[in-house]
Design a protein around this ligand. Structure first.
Ligand SMILES: Cc1cc2nc3c(=O)[nH]c(=O)nc-3n(C[C@H](O)[C@H](O)[C@H](O)COP(=O)(O)OP(=O)(O)OC[C@H]3O[C@@H](n4cnc5c(N)ncnc54)[C@H](O)[C@@H]3O)c2cc1C
Length: 599
């Protein structure tokens, strides 16, 4: 076992520069999080006494609005009644398995981290043993877990994390790093056959922006900082990271690196691999670190590429050097309507080729567009007249079929001149493809909706609807064929499994690249009367993913592999390639201290 000599020069030459800013720590404590659902404890969808849906709290624009069209629309989509009052309430809390941690190991952890730096409290341990896939939320609320972490440890910094690795070896413990616990790949689940006590290493106390270098536009940030914390701290000094996955309120820098994440504004700021210049990783056999890093180097082997997408297998990522940008002078939302999804795809492709992509642009198919509409209250008074006129115009003047319309939400961000140029290109291409602007308000609502959708998924579970998302990257030429192929396969499998009603499948195009695009699907079905609904969902999604691969899509665009896509790896990577991955793991972690078992 290496004794981990401290290597402070990781962030040379930047940190020593006199012009570096040292920000104050993020404001803590933050609002409490739910232990059994997505998100903040004060926010959840409920059915009110009139049978309408409402989002509690005051965090999102959606909160407090009477959402009266959601349940009737969902019913029409799934072909089965959704009856307010006929719920499948969560059975949480189920009793989690007891901790296997012995007193000596607990005392050693407490001595290192203090009494409040370790917990064996059952529900806290359970929360650290899962992410937010449907399988996870189903297990939390209806079935329970066979194995969860035996303790949670909160290192305060890199030195604590180093010592934790040593203690793990001395006391025969296994570790699983934990960021925000937002993964959707079972990446934080404990292997059921692991005999050693498992410690979840929660990085949330390692959340400082250590410094910002305003000349070189680089910052050094600890791995446990959440997107919201990073956003707040950088904004105080006039900067942004620009990385905004839909989970950014809760997910962390370390988690983004470990899962190879992608954010909504990648067109302007890049994906995580474009943002992270380097990161420091403590592995059981020593540290991965480099010196004198810069935006680009030619240095042969580059450990950074190993760490991106490593999913907690190699070590604990403790901090990273990242690119930061001045806050944009202009932010402008917009929305665009197209007669159908296929037309929208052609527009998107042309826009990608123009080189003038706005910071964020997403194309939703008709189902997702309608879902967005149903999450607004039914318009009344003047708004009702306006809405009727808009529909009349779309149908009679533009010849749109309301059951086929597709919509783009657009966010322009940057200097005024850039935004102006991008908007000009968007307008030109939109007109060429027969689209029309749908208004900034709708664009903003659509963009923000994504933060509410995660709450919706968990609410729908209590209304007998099980749903989840999956994603892929596919060459532009195959986008529409893949969508059709996945739909055909899902419908066939839904019938073969004898599931009730109709499956819900909806797609959006969320990211555009030189030769390919990211497609993001929602899949769900009504599960009343179905035996083992979560397992059925897994089978249905498995079939959908087979179709994705068959039609040329990648195994994942940003969710990753974790445990749920492991079985597909032999279909996409040669035996030698997989052996290399295992050999690296064996070299860095010969005793399998990092026990998550992903990939
Ligand atoms: C509602 C919702 C929206 C989402 N939207 C997006 C999106 O837009 N884009 C996207 O890319 N993903 C998205 N995701 C998936 C998820 O948020 C990402 O995978 C995210 O990067 C996980 O970060 P985390 O901090 O929550 O990591 P966790 O879930 O805690 O961990 C994920 C994996 O990373 C490892 N890990 C975490 N921290 C460290 C560390 N410091 N060192 C080593 N290993 C570590 C863990 O062991 C685990 O294997 C979404 C998920 C949800 C539920």
């Amino acid at each position: 076992m290496t004794s981990f000599p401290h290597s402070p020069e990781f962030d040379l030459p930047y940190q020593s520069a006199p012009h570096c800013l040292i920000p104050a720590p993020p404001a803590l404590p933050d609002a409490p999080l739910s232990l059994n659902r997505w998100g903040f404890a004060d926010t959840q969808f409920l059915i009110d006494s009139d049978g309408n849906v409402q989002l509690t709290g005051a965090r999102y624009a959606l909160c407090g609005q009477v959402i009266d069209r959601l349940l009737p629309w969902s019913q029409s989509q799934l072909g089965l009644p959704i009856v307010p009052g006929d719920a499948h309430p969560f059975a949480w809390p189920l009793s989690p398995p007891a901790s296997r941690l012995d007193a000596a190991a607990l005392a050693a952890l407490q001595q290192l981290l203090g009494d409040d730096g370790v917990s064996t409290e059952p529900l806290v341990r359970q929360r650290h043993g899962h992410g937010h896939s449907q399988e996870d939320i189903w297990a939390v609320n209806y079935e329970g877990f066979a194995r969860i972490p035996d303790a949670v440890a909160w290192p305060r910094g890199e030195n604590d994390a180093r010592t934790l690795l040593l203690l793990a070896q001395q006391h025969g413990l296994a570790l699983i790093p934990y960021g925000g616990g937002t993964n959707v790949t079972a990446a934080c689940r404990c292997p059921t056959d692991e005999a050693r006590p498992i410690i979840s290493v929660d990085t949330s106390r390692m959340n400082r922006v250590r410094w910002i270098d305003p000349i070189n536009r680089i910052a050094c940030i600890e791995a446990g900082a959440t997107g919201a914390q990073i956003h707040d701290v950088l904004a105080r000094h006039g900067y942004t990271l620009g990385h905004e996955p839909d989970s950014y309120e809760l997910s962390t820098l370390g988690g983004w690196i470990a899962t190879h994440a992608s954010g909504m504004k990648k067109n302007r700021y890049g994906n995580i691999e474009d943002i992270v210049i380097d990161c420091r990783v403590l592995t059981p056999s020593g540290e991965l670190l480099r010196r004198n890093v810069a935006d680009r180097e030619s240095i042969g082997f580059d450990h950074r590429r190993l760490v991106l997408g490593s999913e907690g297998r190699f070590g604990i990522i403790t901090q990273a050097l990242v690119k930061v940008h001045a806050l944009p002078a202009v932010q402008m939302h917009e929305s665009i309507l197209f007669p159908d999804f296929a037309t929208g795809v052609r527009f998107f492709h042309d826009l990608q080729q123009s080189g003038q992509l706005p910071a964020s642009i997403r194309l939703m198919d008709n189902r997702q567009f309608m879902l967005g509409q149903c999450l607004k209250p039914t318009p009344a008074g003047v708004a009702a007249v306006k809405s009727a006129l808009q529909k009349w115009y779309l149908r009679r003047v533009r010849g749109f079929d309301l059951d086929r319309i597709a919509a783009c939400t657009v966010l322009f961000e940057g200097a005024a001149t850039e935004v102006k140029a991008q908007r000009r290109t968007v307008t030109r291409l939109m007109q060429r493809h027969g689209g029309l602007y749908g208004g900034a308000g709708n664009g903003k609502q659509g963009y923000s909706l994504t933060f509410g959708i995660a709450y919706l998924r968990d609410f729908l579970l209590t209304q007998w609807i099980i749903a989840e998302s999956f994603e892929t990257t596919v060459p532009w030429s195959g986008v529409l064929t893949l969508c059709a192929g996945v739909r055909e396969r899902v419908e066939r499998e839904h019938r073969a499994l004898g599931l009730p009603g109709k499956p819900f499948l909806s797609q959006r195009l969320t990211q555009a690249y030189h030769g390919s695009a990211c497609l993001y699907f929602y899949l769900g079905f009504h599960y009343k009367g179905v035996a083992a609904p979560s397992a059925m969902y897994t089978r249905l999604e498995h079939a959908a993913r087979e179709a994705v691969l068959q039609y040329g899509g990648t195994l994942s665009h940003h969710h990753g592999i974790g445990k749920i896509r492991q079985g597909f790896l032999p279909q996409i990577a040669s035996a030698r390639s997989r052996e290399l991955n295992h050999a690296i793991k064996d070299l860095l972690d010969p005793d399998n201290l990092l026990v998550c078992g992903n990939q």
